[in-house]
Design a protein. Structure first.
Length: 203
């Protein structure tokens, strides 16, 4: 880690605290500002560490697509949500492409992911209505990302993949089950810690 990467890591921590405060205070404009700043932070954090390998370049592609998804999810329309879902789906495919460069998925990891998928699908299914197709497609791709990520012998990767997966449960809960402050206050730290971990894995 160099002085620039330390700066961007601090930027991310400060922006995340601001974002959580804005969420708690229900300040929509500040929420949007801090969310964009936090997402920019993980992009510049990765860039400051260098993108010399194909693995690093694919991880950065996943980060960039995630940042696009973050912006799209700031809007409340169904069209923006669907576009954000697509951006994150593509981000997970980029992560899968990166992870297979350096890891080997295991049967144990697959069984764990299938078990988790069974429970989240059973929980969400009654609430999805017309969103079942898109959510199923997204769920399959993020489950694939988690499975492949768990097979990478880098703690930043498998932990980042797991935290990303868990953070999306709070996004789904907020969108489809119940809207309450607990969802972003728990989901956002999980998500941003995951992205900064994955960004840090490029070195």
């Amino acid at each position: 880690m160099n002085e620039w990467s330390g700066l961007w890591l601090g930027w991310g921590g400060f922006s995340l605290l601001g974002l959580l405060w804005a969420e708690w205070q229900r300040r929509r404009a500040l929420r949007a500002l801090f969310k964009v700043l936090c997402s920019l932070g993980f992009l510049f954090f990765a860039l400051s560490l260098g993108l010399a390998s194909l693995f690093a370049q694919l991880v950065f592609a996943g980060l960039l697509l995630s940042a696009v998804g973050d912006v799209l999810l700031l809007f409340r329309s169904n069209r923006a949500f669907l576009a954000g879902l697509l951006a994150f789906l593509l981000a997970h495919l980029a992560y899968v492409g990166a992870f297979v460069q350096v890891g080997s998925p295991s049967l144990g990891g697959l069984l764990l992911v299938l078990l988790g998928g069974y429970f989240w699908l059973r929980w969400l299914w009654p609430h999805l209505a017309g969103w079942r197709g898109p959510v199923m497609a997204y769920g399959l791709v993020i489950s694939l990302m988690l499975w492949v990520g768990l097979g990478v012998p880098k703690p930043q990767v498998w932990l980042g993949a797991l935290l990303f997966y868990l953070s999306d449960l709070f996004v789904a809960r907020e969108r489809f089950v119940v809207q309450e402050p607990l969802n972003p206050l728990l989901g956002l730290p999980l998500y941003y810690v995951a992205q900064y971990l994955l960004a840090g894995a490029v070195r």
